[in-house]
Design a protein around this ligand. Structure first.
Ligand code: FEO
Length: 411
């Protein structure tokens, strides 16, 4: 269904209420998502992105019925991931000569996905496409979040089509940011940033700076997932700038797995030590084997420090903790501190392995970690409480230097 979002500009995407796992099994989508595609009807008609392939036929049928496929003069492919390019296969089989505007990397990537030599028109920052009354101004956005990513700005209507940037995995029929629950929107917005954009924070800052220097009026930001930012669209830009600068709130997160509850009891004693020293800091505990990993990553993003624990097993660590360390290695958080802990019975390698993983992930170690032999007794738990007290003090020193305001709502 076409929904007009501004004069002669339509949302023609698909709301996916069912999806609960995205990127294979790598990203949980508790609130579903949407694949936003936009149509600009001017003297020429341009389609900005498509939808994920399972919805390709439905998408093409809707365009055929409500617009007419022969009326589409140009296609803009902002990014080749199949959640946005998936319907191209069917669409291009119907209108094979239609020019596809994308970056040079976009053409490479689309060819790699579809093995078709469509009529690609590679564009660079500053290139424009004249639609009649309006123009599309292209702005390359490499690594936000793929090397092929492209923003397009629609003159006269002052719309930035930002593709994945500023998006959220958030299904809503309400379409616009001012109409949805702000807490839900914030939760999905920060989760999206923490799980997808964190490694590219420096580029986020640079790209926003570059866009601001263009001095273009901005009425709307139309991302490729979730709601459209029409009410103070600069609010999400301000949030991105805040998140891009080594963001943290007054929070310490304890992430662990446990075999016989020894490491869990250590985790709880650590939390008690932290709280007894600082009753303002939010201390959150997650057994990573029983928690949603993307939600935990979001909590890591909000933390000034994390504690990671595992007992030793087979001279190593539990697989859920190993998976978590691999995930944070790739995300490259910066400006955060960490420490390791774990119970052991025989060889006791877990703390060293966790320390190695935390360092590889860019965390600054607060100390060499804490081990507890066998089932922690009262003395061992007292030691954990003392360790927690030290963590509260050490992480607060840095926290005071760099902590953000930690506001939890969009300004
Ligand atoms: Fe929404 Fe990078 O795809």
């Amino acid at each position: 269904m076409l929904r007009e979002i501004k004069k002669n500009v339509y949302w023609v995407g698909k709301t996916d209420w069912e999806i609960r796992k995205f990127h294979g099994d790598e990203y949980s989508t508790h609130r579903g998502t949407s694949y936003n595609s936009y149509l600009v009807k001017d003297r020429k008609t341009a389609l900005v992105d498509t939808v994920w392939s399972p919805f390709g036929s439905e998408f093409v049928r809707t365009l055929e019925k409500e617009v007419g496929l022969d009326k589409i003069d140009y296609i803009i492919a902002s990014h080749a991931e199949p959640d946005h390019s998936g319907a191209l296969a069917e669409l291009m089989s119907r209108i094979p000569d239609t020019p596809v505007y994308c970056t040079a990397n976009g053409a490479k990537s689309l060819k790699g996905h579809f093995h078709k030599d469509w009529n690609f028109v590679p564009v660079k920052t500053g290139d424009t496409l004249d639609l009649g009354r309006c123009k599309l101004l292209f702005i390359e956005a490499p690594l936000l979040h793929w090397p092929d990513s492209l923003f397009s700005y629609l003159t006269e209507e002052n719309i930035l089509f930002s593709n994945d940037a500023f998006g959220q995995h958030f299904a809503s029929g309400l379409l616009f940011n001012d109409l949805v629950d702000q807490a839900e929107l914030y939760q999905e917005g920060i989760k999206y940033y923490a799980n997808i954009l964190v490694p590219f924070s420096k580029l986020v800052e640079k790209k926003i700076d570059e866009f601001k220097k263009l001095n273009l009026p901005l009425d709307m930001i139309c991302p490729s997932h979730g709601v459209i930012w029409r009410d103070h669209p600069s609010q999400i830009v301000a949030k991105y700038l805040e998140w891009a600068k080594d963001y943290s709130e007054n929070q310490i997160t304890i992430i662990y797995d446990s075999m016989w509850n020894g490491t869990r009891r250590m985790a709880e004693a650590l939390a008690s030590g932290i709280r007894s020293t600082d009753d303002k800091v939010a201390v959150k505990l997650f057994n990573i084997s029983r928690s949603d990993k993307n939600d935990v990553i979001t909590e890591v993003f909000k933390s000034r420090a994390i504690l990671v624990g595992s007992p030793t097993i087979n001279r190593g660590i539990l697989s859920a903790v190993a998976g978590f360390l691999e995930q944070i290695r790739g995300l490259k958080f910066s400006g955060k501190r960490a420490a390791a802990f774990g119970a052991y019975g025989w060889s006791g390698e877990s703390v060293k392995m966790i320390n190695d993983g935390l360092e590889k992930a860019g965390f600054e170690l607060l100390n060499s970690g804490l081990k507890s032999l066998w089932n922690p007794d009262d003395r061992a738990l007292d030691e954990c409480v003392g360790f927690g007290k030290g963590i509260a003090v050490q992480s607060a020193q840095r926290g005071r230097e760099t902590q953000s305001s930690g506001s939890r709502t969009f300004p």
